[in-house]
Design a protein around this ligand. Sequence first.
Ligand code: SAM
Length: 304
Amino acid sequence: MSSAAQTSTAVPAADEAAASKSAENEAAASKPAENEAAASKAAAVRSMFSEIAPTYDLLNTLLSFGLDSRWRAQAADAALASGSWRAGSVDAPQARADEGLGDVESRRFRVLDVATGTGKLAFAIKRRREHCTVTGVDFAEPMLAVARSAATRASLDVRFAQADGTALPFDEASFDVVTIAYGLRNFADPDAGLKEFRRVLRPGGRLVVLEFPPPRPGLFGKVFSTYFERVLPRVGGAVSGRRSAYAYLPRSVLGFLPPAVLAERMRAAGFSNVDYRLQTFGVSAMHVGLVPAAEIPGGPVSDV
Ligand SMILES: C[S@@+](CC[C@H](N)C(=O)[O-])C[C@H]1O[C@@H](n2cnc3c(N)ncnc32)[C@H](O)[C@@H]1O
């Protein structure tokens, strides 16, 4: 190779190194800004849900025409299904989301409901399998206060604790099932949440996510968007006295991931056999994914 050629390759290489260093520096410099933005979104979300806690359940029922209970019931069934759970969607035709889930009747079967709010999904699970240990966590204490009172009234033994879904106070592999209903889109960093759910799930464990996807194109999507953006903030604002909270709701839904993208993000976080089902014409969506059981030395765990 001529010295001219050597020079001409050496210079771009140096440039590349300098460019990559400067990109690294830029990334490092933008990290505190990102962290700050995430912290401020989390604080805003926490204070918003704390404010609307007293009217949250009433408005949920009212604004979803009672469908929210049905969507959570389907999530509770999917969380506990010991038979085959198949969404019947396009996403993972051969997936059996139940492989290795173990004995859901066992007292040692542990379910964690993240962003539990007033505990509705946690209660639905506990009602179905009394012997399971069910824990609900949320970072808004006033939502948990409503959940605790409801648990006492209904004599349901569900533990509630205040925690951020992106930094859960549990050891690795502490749960057989993690659920989250309508919480993930509120996370400042949903990917960090998914990774954290995977960390606390045992190999073979299952994640069930309920979320409102952005409205789909077409007539139904248009009608739904109009309801969501025009009617819902007015009714929500009038009943709760917090119009801004119910203006945030459509914004957060419009900005959230379409179902196929969320499925991809679950895979990127380490879940396998990811599958999803649209509920009520796609107003809500349920995703299910597994932590691969093959990762444990010695094979799948079955003694839950
Ligand atoms: C729309 S509510 C859903 C509550 C409940 N899961 C349900 O099905 O009704 C969203 C909940 O997520 C909680 N939340 C949002 N971000 C969170 C986070 N990073 N960690 C813990 N909870 C969070 C809020 O405090 C709120 O209670």
